[in-house]
Design a protein around this ligand. Structure first.
Ligand code: 0X9
Ligand code: ZN
Length: 424
């Protein structure tokens, strides 16, 4: 049997390259843990590669889990044994993905037809990596506020691009910087779109945002995992990690477990949260660390943009420890939450990352806080309910406008903060 494994690996690999991954044979469950024991059990199941948890298990919350039809009976048996209630909500996950793809393709075609020489700038469809890169480059040529540069190259040879926005032109390091990234998790498209929306508003309608732009500079990595992002557009919509080939069977490091602060070893390279072979093993991580190093003397605020769950989370995330200035984080987080409510959104949860969500080591937020950002948040935007990461495009604009309320609140605040004191 052993001899066949490499062959099987190669076969799977070439299949993955050639063909779009299909989720016809996958079932989506909504599971509802009601006791500590049940919660514990779900945390344990989340480590199993056969079950794709779309949400972190939380008490008395709906948790979406995708399971192949092959593993269904086994999964239901475990849930029954622990009296965990569940509903099988979608029998064929591919149907959701197809619907999103069709609408997206339709918008894409229309946008291409309508635009003459301009890049696509509608928020009615999910942008491809090329669209994102074309747009920021175009803005860099058109606006003195914008600078674009490459901060590294991925394993598959794509550039990782950063873009800065400053009403002074260049980021001088003499005034506060708000540093942010999205797309570290490939499938979390809504986050990327929200950042592109902010960029678009700040650059093309800058006169409306003097409070945000007059004393704050922005350093943005719109897609921190370009290989993964392209892979979600072209092959597997539900891919999360980067695309490094770990071994014959499994690819991908979870870049949000790869940072060299409180990095924790994980043994199974096939899991969705594989942390890499060592801290900062990945080129995307190295690129981001380099960029943060360059701006850290002015970085007052950091935002990691993710989906989903409607949460504003503050450090630490690697353990149940509140960071020193957690109250300052909490007050500002709640201000952003109020702005979302005023704009017609839900009441988001604001709190400590480990308490509200779960403990996770080696993430960007803890790294940024450790590096000297006075305020460091992870935000989890609105998701698509039973559609998972496929928020229908009809709801996209609402979700990105809500995120924009956070960016405006944090952006205005960032400019009022003193520059970090250099560490000895
Ligand atoms: O698990 C993650 O990386 C983030 N959630 S997601 O569902 N988008 O994958 C949360 C990271 C929170 N930060 C820390 N725990 N440090
Ligand atoms: Zn994420």
């Amino acid at each position: 049997m052993k001899l066949w494994l490499p062959l099987l690996g190669c076969a799977l690999l070439s299949l993955a390259i050639a063909k779009r991954v299909s989720y016809t044979e996958f079932q989506l469950y909504v599971v509802h843990p009601e006791t500590r024991d049940q919660l514990e059990k779900l945390h344990e199941l989340a480590q199993n590669v056969d079950y794709d948890f779309w949400d972190a298990p939380r008490l008395n919350r709906d948790v979406r889990v995708m399971v192949s039809h092959y593993d269904e009976a086994k999964f239901e048996q475990v849930l029954d044994r622990h009296d965990i209630t569940y509903d099988p909500v979608v029998g064929n996950v591919q149907q959701i993905l197809d619907k999103e793809r069709a609408t997206n393709a339709e918008f894409y075609k229309r946008a291409k037809r309508d635009s003459n020489s301009r890049s696509t700038i509608d928020f009615d469809h999910y942008w491809t990596l090329d669209e994102i890169y074309d747009y920021i480059e175009e803005m860099a040529s058109a606006s003195p506020m914008v600078t674009v540069f490459d901060i590294g190259t991925t394993r598959e040879g794509r550039p990782i691009k950063a873009v800065t926005v400053s009403s002074n032109g260049e980021v001088s390091l003499e005034r506060p910087v708000l540093f942010m990234d999205s797309g570290i998790h490939a499938r979390e498209w809504v986050g990327v779109m929200s950042v592109m929306y902010m960029f678009h508003e700040f650059v093309e309608h800058s006169e409306l945002y003097t409070e945000q732009l007059s004393n704050t500079d922005y350093v943005i990595i719109p897609v921190l995992n370009p290989d993964g992002y392209v892979y979600t557009h072209e092959v597997n919509r539900l891919w999360r990690k980067n695309r490094v080939q770990n071994n014959l069977l499994c690819a991908g490091v979870d870049l949000n477990r790869n940072y060299p602060f409180s990095w924790a070893f994980t043994s199974n390279a096939c899991t969705n949260t594989f942390a890499g072979t060592e801290p900062a093993s990945e080129p995307e991580t190295k690129a981001m660390i380099g960029l943060m190093d360059r701006y850290k003397s002015a970085m007052t605020t950091y935002i990691a943009v993710h989906t989903s769950g409607e949460m504003i989370l503050w450090p630490w995330g690697y353990d149940f420890i509140h960071c020193d200035n957690w109250e300052e984080h909490d007050v500002l987080g709640k201000k952003a939450r109020d702005a979302i409510i005023a704009a017609g959104g839900n009441e988001w949860e604001v709190g400590n990352s480990a308490d509200v969500l779960y403990k996770a080591s080696g993430a960007t937020d803890d790294y940024a806080y450790h590096t000297g950002a006075r305020l460091a948040y992870t935000i989890e935007l609105s998701g698509g309910g039973q559609n998972g990461f496929d928020l229908p495009v009809a709801q996209l604009e609402k979700a990105i406008r809500e995120a924009f309320e956070i960016y405006k609140t944090f952006g205005a605040n960032a400019g009022t903060l003193p520059l970090p004191t250099p560490s000895a």
